[in-house]
Ligand binder design. Structure first.
Ligand SMILES: *Cc1c(COP(=O)(O)O)cnc(C)c1O
Length: 332
């Protein structure tokens, strides 16, 4: 099986912003785009993206999960990066159009079609380090993906980092390549030094998120995660899991969680911790590493609540239980 996100459909949907207008979107060869080597994105990182999925149901119909939320966040990222404002309806149509062309290539669950809308500044102007790109390109690339856990879901080892930051705080809500570049060095160092899979960034002791996923702590009937603020990425899996938890009668606590409270609670039997994101849905955190010491979370193994939350979300996506919050958009 190919690595996640390394297989692409040969075509994608594309629109370009020039002279203050978006072109009609077209379906083009995925390898057909041309960029000037002086393009703004290549020098000043005027780039943002989204990640969402389409699922095949038993009757063969195709459904995109929470497309409106992803398009809203794409709009927000574009605005915060001072890229041209996107046309949300156009982007939604581009997603549905390109999926309609590849309906027969969408894997059966637990696989799916991963959708990667991308928006980049294209103006060839290396003198514009401190001004926005006046032209841009927006495309929707799609990639069939298998079961994220095909190799078995191993609980993660997570380093708690109270001094570093994933990205500059005013960039936290932007889904942008620059933020990943910012987190890469620390993550590689944590892998090498303490064999951590990820860093959980906890600036000044405030448990925030990892490089690409939100963090959730489950203690009995309570699920705890950081309340939304502008310093971190507002995951759509996070909000979906919180809604499902509430539907299941759990207490949802969106509030500050300190490293100290996390370590105290993690030691209690029955406590579970997980990372949430579109690619893997929910991944169990088995071990926390802090100041050279290791702390198991509960048993260190996947717990029943994490599994139930993940399964409920998957079953909504796969059409096995009712979509009572209208999270699915059917591809025509
Ligand atoms: C994409 C992303 C997430 C997860 O968001 P989802 O909408 O759940 O996929 C969390 N943190 C960061 C930094 C991200 O880029």
């Amino acid at each position: 099986m190919a690595a996640f996100g390394s297989v692409f459909m040969p075509q994608m949907a594309l629109t370009q912003f020039d002279n203050n207008t978006w072109s009609d979107s077209t379906i083009v060869d995925s390898q057909s785009i041309q960029l000037h080597p002086g393009a703004h994105v290549l020098h000043y990182s005027s780039t943002c993206f989204e990640g969402l999925k389409a699922f095949k149901h038993d009757d063969g119909s195709i459904h995109v999960f929470r497309m409106d939320q992803n398009v809203d966040r794409f709009d927000q990222s574009s605005k915060l990066l001072h890229l041209p404002d996107i046309q949300k309806d156009q982007v939604s149509h581009m997603i549905l159009d390109i999926l309609a062309n590849y309906k027969d290539q969408i894997p059966e669950p637990p696989g799916s079609m991963y959708i990667r809308p991308t928006h980049i500044g294209t103006e060839p102007a290396i003198g514009k380090a401190a001004s926005p790109s006046l032209s841009s390109m927006l495309y929707v690339l799609i990639s069939p993906v298998g079961d994220y856990f095909a190799g078995g879901a191993k609980p993660l080892r997570i380093l708690l980092d109270e001094t570093g930051m994933r990205c500059a705080p005013h960039m936290g809500m932007i889904k942008s390549g620059g933020n990943y570049a910012s987190a890469l060095g620390p993550i590689l160092a944590a892998k090498e030094q303490v064999q951590a899979d990820q860093i959980l960034f906890c600036p000044n002791g405030d448990v925030q998120e990892t490089g690409a996923a939100n963090f959730l702590l489950i203690d009995g009937n309570e699920i705890i995660t950081k309340a939304l603020d502008s310093s971190f990425l507002h995951g759509i899996t996070r909000s979906s899991i919180l809604q499902i938890a509430e539907d299941m009668g759990m207490t949802v606590s969106e509030r500050e969680l300190t490293v100290q409270e996390l370590l105290e609670r993690a030691a209690k039997p029955g406590v579970e911790a997980a990372l949430s994101g579109t690619a893997a849905v929910l991944t169990t955190v088995g071990t926390l590493i802090h100041n050279g010491k290791e702390y198991k979370v509960g048993t260190g193994e996947p717990g029943p609540t994490t599994q139930k939350l993940r399964q409920t979300l998957n079953h909504i996506q796969w059409g096995k239980i009712a979509d009572k919050h209208n999270w699915l958009t059917q591809v025509g």
